[in-house]
Design a protein around this ligand. Structure first.
Ligand code: NAD
Length: 309
């Protein structure tokens, strides 16, 4: 059978080529409006999205022939997975493919913050030699607390150890076994980790339980010298509380790849982005050529094996 695949967000060409070679009809319609999606989806067996497209009940109901919803990437928070499965539509993602890219970005952001690389580069480009003003910190000997020790958190832990850091980790299940495997200290609780860490890095999915997991109470537990790194999902952190924490010195800095609204829309969010002790990137965690190629190939092979049996 010649399956029809609708791609509504940009994905690497390689996987699409594999699908076309298999005889599938692949329609790429990136940046289509929601009403266009609702109109088109009824003709397709497969829908490929990334994190921007909301695949809710209305979209799933409109997809009369839909068999597979594919998330090119990890987080499934934009897809009503339960409803899809109840309607017999399988939901798949590529959880392994982007872990290294995100873990590497954590250290890019952290070094940027710790060594003030952004200020240094900007100074140079503006013709200003800021050498004496740009004293930073070393990662060596610091304590890194990792909340969520899954695929990405584990890769972050390995790299933190290579920098000579002491690593404390927390996850909900199988904590002791994971900590032992990684050679890190298991945290008795999130508070235990927050109290001791110089750097706190978040690697949990966004769920009802993790929504605003880091709020005023947690930020006040952290050391005043500590920095927070968030490359998971914006809403894991109460952004308004973070803004106050950074303005009032409850913690010393933050590095963020994700925000509650992407791009930011409220004036207080832009205020956060512009603070001098904040380094922020526009959700580029998975944006490496290698990761995107891996995502698209892995997805293509999963689609073929699920549809062809
Ligand atoms: P994963 O499922 O492998 O790991 C998640 C970890 O969080 C697990 O250890 C789990 O036990 C833990 N966890 C879940 N709920 C928890 C809770 N309430 N309290 C404590 N721990 C909890 O996921 P992953 O592949 O490591 O990805 C983590 C998240 O990173 C994704 O869900 C996604 O939101 C985000 N992500 C961001 C980017 C980016 O571009 N910045 C790219 C990929 C993934």
């Amino acid at each position: 059978m010649k399956y029809k695949v609708l791609v509504v967000e940009p994905i690497h060409e390689e996987g699409l080529r594999v699908l076309r070679e298999k005889g599938y009809e692949v329609v790429v319609a990136t940046d289509i409006a929601r009403d266009e999606l609702l109109e088109m989806i009824g003709k397709f067996e497969v829908l490929i999205v990334r994190g921007r497209t909301k695949v809710d009940k209305e979209v799933i109901d409109a997809g009369r022939r839909l068999r597979l919803i594919c998330r090119a990437g990890v987080g499934l928070d934009n897809i009503d997975v339960d409803y899809a499965r109840r309607k017999g539509v399988e939901v798949i993602n590529t959880p392994e493919a982007t872990s290294i890219a995100v873990a590497e970005l954590v250290f890019g952001l952290l070094l940027c913050l710790y060594r003030r690389i952004y200020d240094a580069v900007r100074g140079m480009k503006e013709g200003v030699w800021l050498k004496r003003k740009l004293s930073g910190f070393e990662l060596y000997g610091k304590t890194m607390g990792i909340i969520g020790l899954g695929r990405i958190g584990s890769e972050v832990a390995k790299r933190a150890k290579a920098f000579g850091m002491h690593v404390i980790g927390y996850r909900r299940h199988r904590l002791l076994e994971t900590a032992k495997r990684l050679g890190i200290e298991p945290a008795k609780s999130i508070d235990y980790l927050l109290e001791r860490s110089d750097i706190v890095s978040l690697h949990v999915p966004l769920t009802k339980e993790t929504y605003h997991m880091i709020g005023e109470r947690e930020l006040r537990i952290m050391k005043p010298t500590a920095v927070l790194i968030n490359t998971s999902r914006g809403a894991v952190v109460d952004t308004k509380a973070l803004l106050r924490a950074l303005r009032e010195g409850w913690i010393s800095g933050a590095a963020l790849d994700v925000l509650e609204h992407e791009p930011p829309k409220e004036s207080w969010e832009w205020e956060l982005v512009r603070l001098p002790n904040v380094v922020v990137t526009p959700h580029i965690g998975a944006q490496t050529i290698e990761a995107q190629r891996r995502v698209s190939l892995e997805l293509a092979h999963k689609i073929i094996s699920l549809l062809e049996g």
